[in-house]
Design a protein around this ligand. Structure first.
Ligand SMILES: NC(=O)c1ccc[n+]([C@@H]2O[C@H](COP(=O)([O-])OP(=O)(O)OC[C@H]3O[C@@H](n4cnc5c(N)ncnc54)[C@H](O)[C@@H]3O)[C@@H](O)[C@H]2O)c1
Length: 476
């Protein structure tokens, strides 16, 4: 399944096909011939996961009827993918963004899947809803206050459905922590400490692409951290109220490179040998087809230098977040770590829970000095005994020893969450019972997740704490 960024760590759970007990919800069999008609809007990397799902596992409930993108080269890529899956030319109608309403009408689209860049989400979601389609939207819901207001307004006007695809909720390790907190084992939560480390392969990748411009992504505090803030909101069953943020661009970018005396740098990674900060688009056939071969249409470079000019996002972030019921979150994100993973500590009145995840213990270099992207670039292959890839959830109640809470296996990428999420996206109407963990998410969850990042961006500018209600995002 094309579910992972090629620069992301590829832990063993990505290839697991058998899920542990209680992880995959139960669905009724699909009534024959009832296919919902889907269009994919934004046909880049992430679109692949949805396209594969529609033509593969969920073909009995879904059919792909159109593609929309600014770049015809990338739509042609998926025309090829679907044709191969069907064993015949798919002949999918292709549209440009100004044809969204026309596409929905002409192709009788039931659901629009939005996998365009973050800054385009609000307009695409609002227009799709107004044109009579339901929406499945990738995180982050949007990047700023006007985007939030546009989406909440469109939902209020149309009453249509917006599914937020928060795949991290479906990773069994994150679901397990939710179970521990909801069971009351550690009492009422008083505080959470959450540290996320992105390494110099995956973390660096945000500084090569459209994400590097804050206007496009809201910065990592919106683009990436909205996953993490959603997790905390969901783990606690609470709503963030006030945010104080500090951070900056301290490692990547041309100024830092000059200060550290890095000398002249290649403008792009493709063709560069012996530089672990570069990405060669020829190294992965999908990267080549989606981006290098499509450059002629729009000039978009997917492999810009991480030490080049024009980067306006932070690579170090520290936040203090107050929740409505009184808990406090201390959060940090670092995007130039030598290993990748996260640590969460949840303090409660009856004890403490600690989740530790190592997704990639170290980055391996090939004999030329380029960073390896393939799955053998794992700590296992590096023989790393001190930081083995894996996950551990410890629970310790007052006056007791720590116990390890079992984490079942998942299926698919992103810690075993993607494939389970997809079942809920395409078969939610066939669920035999409500999700005990409350994993399915809607636009309000998306709004609450980005509200922290939007407030943080304001706090970064003013140096002051920001009360989320004062942002007037259109819902709370
Ligand atoms: N949940 C996850 O773990 C996860 C993982 C990866 C990406 N994503 C999300 O998916 C979205 C897409 O990310 P990606 O990595 O696929 O990016 P990408 O750059 O590979 O793809 C984006 C596509 O959108 C197209 N596009 C640009 N402007 C558009 C517009 N106005 N209308 C329609 N299409 C437009 C681009 O040409 C490109 O084909 C982002 O919002 C990202 O946050 C989520």
């Amino acid at each position: 399944m094309n579910d992972q960024n090629p620069t992301a760590p590829r832990p063993a759970s990505s290839s697991s096909t058998a899920a542990g007990p209680g992880v995959v919800p139960e669905f009724a069999p699909a009534p024959p011939g009832e296919l919902r008609r889907y269009a994919v809007v934004g046909t880049g990397h992430r679109a692949g996961m949805y396209v594969d799902a529609i033509v593969g596992e969920h073909a009995d409930v879904a059919t792909l009827v159109a593609l929309l993108d600014t770049n015809p080269g990338r739509m042609d890529h998926y025309e090829g993918v679907v044709s191969q899956a069907l064993g015949r030319p798919a002949d999918l109608p292709q549209y440009a963004p100004d044809g969204l309403e026309k596409m929905i009408a002409e192709q009788a689209v039931d659901v629009v899947v939005v996998t365009a860049p973050d800054h385009a989400h609000a307009e695409l979601v609002a227009r799709a809803l107004a044109a009579g389609a339901d929406v499945v939207v990738e995180k982050p819901l949007t990047v700023d206050r006007p985007g939030c207001r546009r989406i909440t307004g469109a939902v209020a006007e149309t009453g249509r459905d917006v599914v937020m695809t928060f795949n991290y909720r479906y990773a069994p390790r994150n679901s397990s922590l939710r179970q521990v907190i909801a069971s009351g084992e550690i009492g009422e939560v008083t505080s959470v400490h959450f540290e996320w480390a992105l390494d110099t392969v995956h973390g660096a990748d945000y500084f090569r692409r459209w994400h590097r411009d804050k206007k496009n992504s809201g910065g990592l505090v919106v683009h990436k951290s909205s996953h993490h803030f959603d997790l905390v909101n969901w783990w606690l069953g609470d709503v963030p109220a006030r945010v104080y943020a500090r951070g900056g661009l301290k490692f990547y970018g041309d100024r830092n490179a000059a200060e550290r005396g890095l000398g002249s740098r290649p403008a792009r990674g493709t063709g560069v040998v012996g530089d672990p900060f570069t990405l060669d688009l020829n190294a992965d056939p999908r990267l080549k087809s989606l981006y290098l071969d499509a450059e002629e249409h729009d000039g978009y470079l997917r492999d810009q230098d991480v030490f080049g000019p024009g980067i306006t996002i932070e690579d170090n972030l520290a936040l203090l977040v107050d929740y409505r019921r009184g808990a406090t979150l201390t959060y940090s994100l670092n995007a130039h770590s030598p290993w990748e993973g996260y640590r969460v500590t949840v303090n409660g009145t009856a004890g403490r829970a600690e989740l530790e995840v190592v997704e990639r213990g170290a980055i391996a270099l090939d004999e030329d000095g380029n960073a390896l992207l393939d799955p053998s670039a794992t700590p296992t292959s590096l023989g790393d005994a001190l930081r083995p890839e894996g996950e551990r959830l410890l629970v310790q109640k007052h006056w007791q020893r720590a116990t390890e809470h079992p984490i079942p296996d998942g299926i698919g990428g992103h810690g075993g969450g993607d494939a389970i999420l997809l079942k809920d996206v395409f078969r939610r109407h066939l669920r035999v019972s409500e999700d005990a963990l409350g994993r399915p998410a809607g636009y309000l969850d998306g709004l609450r997740a980005v509200s922290v990042g939007i407030a943080a961006n304001q706090s970064l500018v003013t140096g002051l704490p920001v009360t989320i209600a004062d942002l007037d995002l259109g819902a709370s």
